[in-house]
Design a protein. Structure first.
Length: 470
């Protein structure tokens, strides 16, 4: 029997889209455990502590309620990283691991510098035994490096490193955390490792059925996260590949998705054809998987997964090219409304959003873009475009207007392009929109959200994904 460990104080480094909601739910479900979420970004911590819950740094349905229940009871947000590390017996590392932008593995490998910094900081500050939990998505075998750094200080302390990848999807984070399909915990196979695994199992078991809590070795856990994201992204690229074929052949991609999704071996989820997947994870994690496979000399494996990304790039480009070609091969000086900037509905996150790349393509063609998104702020839209470095910041501001009123964005436009599947788009007065637009009025629906027969009757030139053009 392994020695029983009871966790009393959790620290989490990184108050982002993963660390924030995850820790809020752990605190909500475990009122007897003190949970301190720390971040080096003062502004972000101030927003987490804002009395007005509308100002939380992350928009997620249901999150404000969870934070309201637990904050300042047993959930705390702070910039005192050293203090939180010192006090905690379990520390989650939830910092970002972006794709490297320099050196070896540039554009492919995950940049682990923040994770290493966390490990070094824990090693330096710790004066008691710690269980360190990898919450960030990490390449397989990262736990080994963390362990080596922790042990190098030689303080005579016991460190255990667990892998506990987070599978929440943005927009449904709170629901996914409350009712996860599974919780995955990887740990050392020796007695001390298993005791640490059990301590984390006991936390989740407060609200998750034990049969949904899977324990594995560390490497399987780390690689499962990359594999899950690769499989999910692959389904989107697969249906998107078929959407291109539908547009040529007269088949309808949504009908195909319905037909194949009924096969229980395939299943109905993640078969929605779109302008392309975005988000902070899919592309980054697949590039990382490809990089790892290549570094082991597994060329065929690497090429296989890389194709998922290539198909996604093709889909985004194809959508943008289609807009230009349908608008009589020129969009120069033409007003085009962009509805939706977030990478999916119900989030304010724009990382790797297809909208950024479609907009950039249209701006290269000198279009005049009017952007509306219900949750994304103007500064974010400009920051995303500036980050690409395709043109000057002044040019981006001259060519792109961000407005709070969708009707203003669409008024007098040559075309509307829907890039995020926000529910509110279905409820617009499309008759009024049509009347206000230049004719012919084009509607490019990158999410197939407003393709109702009533709409088609209004006179729009409607171009969805994976349908024959009307
Ligand atoms: C998620 C996953 O956790 C990660 O594995 C994946 O690589 C990217 O997506 P996420 O929570 O979405 O991360 O990232 P982000 O919202 O950027 O939050 C990370 C936070 O860590 C930021 O608030 C940043 O300020 C903080 N951070 C980063 C630190 O506090 N210290 C550091 O050294 C680095
Ligand atoms: C994903 C995984 O789902 C989650 O388990 C993991 O922890 C993090 O990465 P997320 O990126 O937040 O979550 O959102 P997800 O719902 O997976 O959507 C990713 C992208 O794929 C979005 O741009 C979405 O619009 C797109 N998508 C998804 C489609 O285009 N079609 C689909 O059928 C499903």
């Amino acid at each position: 029997m392994s020695k029983e460990l009871k966790v009393k104080h959790i620290a989490c480094i990184g108050a982002g889209y993963v660390g924030g909601p995850t820790m809020a739910v752990i605190a909500q479900k475990c009122p007897d455990i003190k949970v301190t979420v720390v971040d080096m970004n003062e502004q972000r911590i101030a927003a987490w502590n804002d009395a007005n819950l509308d100002n939380l740094p992350i928009y997620e349905p249901g999150l404000a309620e969870v934070v309201a229940e637990a904050r300042n009871r047993n959930l705390f947000f702070s910039t005192d990283v050293d203090g939180a590390i010192a006090a905690a017996d379990m520390i989650f590392i939830s910092v970002n691991t972006p794709t490297k932008t320099y050196g070896i593995g540039k554009g492919m490998a995950a940049d682990l510098k923040y994770v290493e910094l966390c490990a070094r900081q824990i090693a330096r500050v710790a004066t008691s035994d710690k269980i360190v939990v990898e919450k960030s998505t990490l390449p397989v075998r990262t736990a080994q490096s963390i362990r080596t750094i922790l042990d190098a200080e030689n303080k005579g302390l016991q460190f255990q490193v667990l892998s506990n990848p987070e599978f929440l999807a943005e927009g449904t984070a709170v629901q996914d955390l409350h009712q996860p399909d599974r919780v995955l915990i990887g740990g050392g196979q020796d007695q001390a490792g298993q005791a640490a695994v059990q301590a984390l199992v006991d936390i989740y078991a407060r609200w998750v059925d034990r049969e949904r809590i899977i324990t594995t070795n560390v490497w399987s856990s780390e690689l499962s996260k990359l594999t899950a994201n690769a499989f999910l992204a692959q389904r989107v690229s697969s249906i998107n590949a078929i959407s291109a074929l539908c547009e040529k052949s007269g088949a309808d991609v949504d009908e195909i998705a319905r037909a194949i999704g009924k096969d229980s071996r395939i299943g109905p989820k993640f078969l929605k054809a779109s302008v392309g997947f975005g988000g902070s994870c899919f592309q980054k994690d697949i590039l990382n998987l490809v990089y790892i496979a290549r570094s082991y000399g597994l060329t065929e494996v690497a090429d296989y997964w890389e194709q998922v990304i290539k198909m996604n790039d093709y889909q985004k480009r194809r959508f943008a090219e289609n807009i230009v070609s349908k608008l009589f091969n020129t969009v120069s000086g033409k007003k085009i409304a962009i509805l939706g900037w977030a990478f999916k509905k119900d989030t304010n996150d724009t990382r790797e959003s297809a909208a950024i790349y479609v907009a950039d393509y249209l701006l290269n063609e000198q279009a005049e873009l009017w952007v509306y998104d219900p949750k994304v702020k103007a500064e974010q839209v400009y920051a995303d475009l500036d980050y690409l470095n395709t043109r000057s910041e002044a040019e981006n501001r001259r060519l792109v207007k961000v407005v709070n009123d969708p009707y203003q964005a669409m008024d007098d436009a040559h075309a509307v392009a829907i890039l995020t599947e926000w529910d509110e788009f279905k409820t617009y007065d499309w008759q009024k929109v049509y009347e206000g637009m230049k004719k012919p009025a084009f509607l490019f629906d990158g999410r197939n959200v407003v393709s109702s027969p009533a709409l088609l009757g209004l006179g729009f030139k409607y171009i969805g994904i994976g349908h024959c053009v009307s």
